[in-house]
Write a protein that binds this ligand. Sequence first.
Ligand code: ZN
Ligand code: FE
Length: 255
Amino acid sequence: MPLTLITVPCLSDNYAFIIGNPDTKEAAVIDVPEAAPINAALAAGGWRLTTVLLTHHHWDHIDGLDGLSGRDGLTIIGAANDAHRLPPLDVQVNEGDTITVCGQRADILDVSGHTVGHIAFHFAQEKLAFTADSLMAFGCGRLFEGTPAQMWDSMQKLRALPADTIICSGHEYTRSNAQFAATLETDNPDVISRIKAVNAARAANQPTVPTSLDLEIRTNPFLRADVPSMMAAVGLSDANPADVFAEIRGRKDKF
Ligand code: ZN
Ligand code: FE
């Protein structure tokens, strides 16, 4: 039986995700911006939380940890490379490692760029990827620590996953991302229709997360730094894709 996926809005614009095994009622949570809404969602579904997966050390992804129901019995999993600034970890993981969560296998990807040590969790069988502040809906995380080349490398790793992968990212930034995308490939019909869909969803107060990798590949500027129409849109048709990525990211920072 496939895992149940629950999107939990937290704080002003964060998302946590609960995955649960409907047979055993065992559940895991990916990132913990705050405890209360996560505890409420667990209780509402009768889920028994066993595991916490942390993508990176920023406070808005970890600060709710100590308030989670059953905190003492939880297994906390995060990046070895980030262990020095994450809450104490029970399991430290590196790129290429596999873990079992709620009876399903997850592969660890290093998706540094927003921070160095940021990881993503890919559940291949479930077609789920938890990308937090690396690949985001219609955007990507700001480069606080890594270089543009590092983030472009991370984008390519995620882009290489199966196109029907569901992308679970960490924030509701999609409307501003859509406004930015509208300044680039102005005649990309997929971008135009997505902007309309995003605006309609937000006007109705609906989340725009999760999304599908297929949609991101067709519309997300940060996955398209080597696509000729995007390269032309930023006036860098003959440039190295990492430099195109850097130009797009730099424009978004000033947008
Ligand atoms: Zn962050
Ligand atoms: Fe964040």
